[in-house]
Design a binder for this molecule. Structure first.
Ligand SMILES: C[S@@+](CC[C@H](N)C(=O)[O-])C[C@H]1O[C@@H](n2cnc3c(N)ncnc32)[C@H](O)[C@@H]1O
Length: 820
């Protein structure tokens, strides 16, 4: 609910800005509307909404209108429209003309000129006020913001309750499924068959819990697909839904009554369906459903969502990428999206945004071309059930919309894209799905487009939520990107987006385009030098549009286009027969916020309008060389890995031994300001660990990850601690293992340091082997290469933490003495 007064700073700022413009003699609509735009933006912020400027709405197949602004709430529902007019215009006449001739939306729209505003709600003129009076401005803006369609009201109420109930409902369904599995033979057989299919199609390590969750997701959402997309036969026609229904039929045969179970939820589905029906702009409907999916799906499956990197791609990014592919096809290959043989693949389709956008582009020139592409040359994969359903619906719905008839979309597979690189025949879920996968594997792709998942691995070993390993793709990354890298820590190469780029590069044969929006870490992180080297060899041209947004580099900024912590870039990697190679780079602008970045993409439209700078990598495969000094290479290094490995004295370095700071991975357990509290914590941790060790050695028949106690209040696992457990090492407490450590600049704490509970000790045992050495030795600490924080130097007389300057940055220590 928006609340203003005539003296509110938003209102004062509006009049001040207007009077500034007046003094400068600027009264033209284009200039003065900025003041009203700022007013709407500030009000939107108060409500946690978003004002999107210059929106184009489709009124009929050939008619588009452009509005100055559209207000979206946090569910991505449109709450109002804004149209700015010139001070010279006769506002009432303009309003009539727009509303009735141009078919403007009339639920809640404000027409505004510098001196006057008219508010239309439900098609009726509600207010027509002069804006010279601040009180009038407050009245009209409050009325505009506080308007809500009744179906939105019902939806908001239902959604709040449903979100709370989802975990409960899921739990009830889970109990039913688990009971049926024990009591009902027919259901158990059907479930086992389904489990086998899923393990082959999706992941051999898929736990029963994940399978049960798929059934629950299906039960909870199937009605939405049937009704919102007006697809009454969804569960019969969709090849995957059909398989799941056969398992559920067995469940419903004896154990539970589906209709009765869902009776109490009718109002939620009804509210959802009503809202969806009220959204006539298809893009908005799709976005709203994405939001619904994120809110409810992630409510009971956060861990899966986390591993698969489910983040939906904002429409301006999809738009920019599809337009750019169109442009590159034309400029580089003399082709268009419609050209025969230009096969598209979105390997991580999510809810289908990229495919839908390509279809719209095709339909704009020829429906025949669209029909052909749809049947033969559009392909995509999705690994998660719900996005898979939504993608099927979205794509098929768009086809009906554009072609006026239904045709099932056969280019989508429920499959793990990375697994498809394995050279083996698989039975993938349903015969039709297997057939589709086979067809896809035999296809030569010209364009691979999409938004790959972005998760580098679990942040916390206790989550037991690791990215799975893929033999072929992991090997390809190892033998190329990792092999060509001199960096010690190459963990970042485990990120799925790296696999996605590797796989797409291999999948495009001699000619074609990889268009991915990804983490931008590969542009400058040291672990990626080998990847940069290979990309420069594999592709003839690359266009990298850096969207920035790394929260660690710019703390406190809300400039990430996906609202994630890592920076993002849009990458167009072009393979052609040309021998000439080039890399082009542009940064969208560090100072822009998310909305401004998206607006900038909208206004640039495609790669052809970007102000590119060529990049000339140096001999170390550094691409972003601005500010680097070429003479750096001639300096004597402080230390090198080669010298460190050499047991006898070496020349050409200043320090033979150096070490990373202490990497604990369990700071909360092994650091403390109070030595007694630290001892207590560590003793408890050791007790749990040793109990787990004993338990494990009595019962080794399960996977370790599934076996161990994943309780953050009792223990914090790391890969090293699990290795110690596997090799049967007991942990022991000793007072002498407690030392001082430089945790953050000018902040010393007690640290428990030993070979089991410190994840990586580095060379520190040779630098501070005993407490006495803290009085005679000292180390020079510097930020490591590739750190996300600015360079820093400190001297320490005690242990130093790996993240001395903070997360995302490591520390290297160069000692005065070393002890052998
Ligand atoms: C970052 S999202 C992109 C979604 C999509 N572009 C959109 O905007 O709706 C990545 C999607 O890829 C799916 N995914 C992740 N790993 C996958 C894999 N190995 N094979 C197929 N799909 C995968 C996720 O479930 C998620 O829906």
């Amino acid at each position: 609910m928006l609340k203003l007064t005539a003296k509110h700073k938003i209102i004062r700022a509006y009049y001040k800005e207007l009077s500034d413009f007046n003094q400068l003699g600027k009264t033209h609509e284009g200039t003065v509307k900025i003041a009203f735009q700022h007013l709407l933006e500030s009000c939107a912020k108060q409500c946690q909404w978003l004002l999107v400027q210059e929106e184009t709405l489709k009124r009929s197949p050939n008619k588009w209108i452009r509005l100055d602004g559209v207000l979206f709430d946090s569910s991505h529902l449109v709450r109002g429209y804004w149209e700015a007019k010139d001070s010279q215009d006769d506002l009432p006449v303009e309003v009539q003309k727009k509303l009735y001739q141009d078919n403007y939306p009339n639920d809640n729209i404000i027409f505004q000129a510098p001196q006057r505003a008219i508010l239309i709600q439900n098609g009726r003129n509600i207010l027509d006020l002069s804006l010279d009076e601040p009180a009038h401005l407050v009245r009209i803006v409050e009325q505009f913001f506080n308007f809500k369609l009744p179906e939105y009201e019902r939806w908001d109420l239902a959604a709040v309750e449903f979100k709370e109930r989802v975990p409960d409902l899921a739990q009830q369904l889970l109990a039913l499924i688990q009971k049926a599995y024990l009591d009902d033979k027919a259901f158990a057989t059907a479930f086992n068959h389904f489990a086998n299919q899923c393990r082959q199609a999706i992941n051999p390590n898929l736990a029963d819990a994940a399978l049960e969750e798929m059934l629950i997701q299906h039960l909870l959402t199937e009605r939405i697909f049937r009704n919102i997309f007006k697809h009454p036969d969804f569960a019969k026609r969709n090849i995957i839904a059909r398989e799941i229904e056969t398992v559920i039929e067995k469940l419903t045969a004896h154990v539970f009554n589906r209709d009765a179970f869902f009776e109490s939820l009718k109002y939620f589905y009804k509210a959802l369906e009503e809202v969806a029906a009220s959204i006539d702009e298809y893009n908005y409907k799709q976005h709203f459903l994405n939001t619904v999916y994120e809110r409810f799906f992630q409510g009971f499956s956060v861990k899966t969502a986390d591993t698969h990197g489910i983040v939906y791609t904002p429409q301006p990014i999809v738009e920019f990428m599809v337009n750019s592919v169109q442009e590159i096809l034309q400029q580089e290959f003399g082709k268009t999206l419609a050209s025969k043989g230009v096969h598209f693949l979105d390997p991580f389709v999510g809810t289908g945004n990229f495919i839908v956008r390509v279809m719209q582009e095709l339909a704009a020139t020829s429906r025949l071309d669209l029909d052909y592409k749809y049947q033969h040359e559009l392909h995509c994969n999705e690994i998660m059930l719900l996005p898979y359903y939504i993608a099927c619906m979205n794509i098929e719905h768009e086809y009906v919309n554009l072609m006026g008839k239904y045709r099932p979309f056969e280019g989508i597979c429920l499959a793990d894209t990375f697994e498809l690189a394995e050279d083996k025949q698989m039975d993938l879920f349903a015969p039709e799905n297997t057939e589709r996968v086979k067809k896809q594997q035999e296809t030569a792709f010209f364009v691979i487009i999409g938004n790959p998942p972005y998760n580098a691995g679990q942040a916390n070993e206790n989550d037991n939520n690791k990215n799975r390993k893929y033999q072929t793709i992991d090997e390809r990354v190892r033998e190329t990107y990792a092999k060509a890298s001199k960096a010690t820590n190459r963990n970042a190469l485990a990120d799925p987006y790296v696999k996605a780029i590797r796989q797409a590069t291999d999948r495009i044969e001699n000619e074609g385009i990889v268009a991915f929006v990804t983490n931008n870490g590969f542009l400058d992180n040291i672990a990626f030098e080998g990847m940069r080297q290979h990309l420069a060899q594999d592709f003839s041209k690359m266009y990298i549009l850096d969207l920035g947004g790394n929260i660690r580099k710019n703390p406190g900024k809300t400039s990430n286009v996906f609202d994630i912590k890592v920076g993002v870039s849009i990458n167009f990697l072009v393979k052609s027969r040309s021998q000439k190679k080039a890399i082009f780079y542009a940064h969208i602008g560090d100072t822009l916020n998310k909305a401004e970045k998206l607006a900038s993409l909208d206004s640039q439209k495609h790669v052809g309008n970007v102000n590119w700078k060529p990049i000339f990598p140096n001999k170390n495969d550094v691409w972003l060389t601005e500010g680097l000094h070429s003479e750096f290479e001639d300096f004597t290094p402080l230390g090198t890995k080669e010298a460190k490995a050499e047991p006898n004295s070496v020349e050409g370095v200043i320090f033979r031994i150096y070490s990373r700071g202490a990497e604990t991975t369990r700071d909360a357990w092994v650091y403390n300001f109070n030595q007694q509290v630290l001892s207590k914590n560590v003793r408890r941790l050791i007790k749990t660990y040793n109990q787990e060790l004993k338990r494990w050695h009595n019962d080794k028949n399960v996977k370790l990850d599934d076996f161990v106690l994943n309780d953050d209040t009792q223990i914090k696992w790391s890969s090293r601690l699990k290795e110690c457990l596997l090799s049967g090492q007991q942990a022991t407490f000793a007072q002498r293992k407690i030392s001082h450590s430089f945790y953050r600049p000018f902040c010393v704490q007690f640290l428990f340091f030993d070979e089991i509970l410190t994840h990586r000790q580095g060379q520190l045992p040779r630098i501070f082997p005993t407490p006495n050495t803290e009085t005679e030795n000292q180390v020079i600490c510097v930020s490591d290469k590739g750190s996300e924080k600015p360079f820093m130097v400190l001297v320490s007389q005690q242990f130093v933490d790996l993240h001395l300057v903070g997360a995302g940055s490591s520390t290297q220590c160069f000692p005065f003495y070393t002890y052998f």
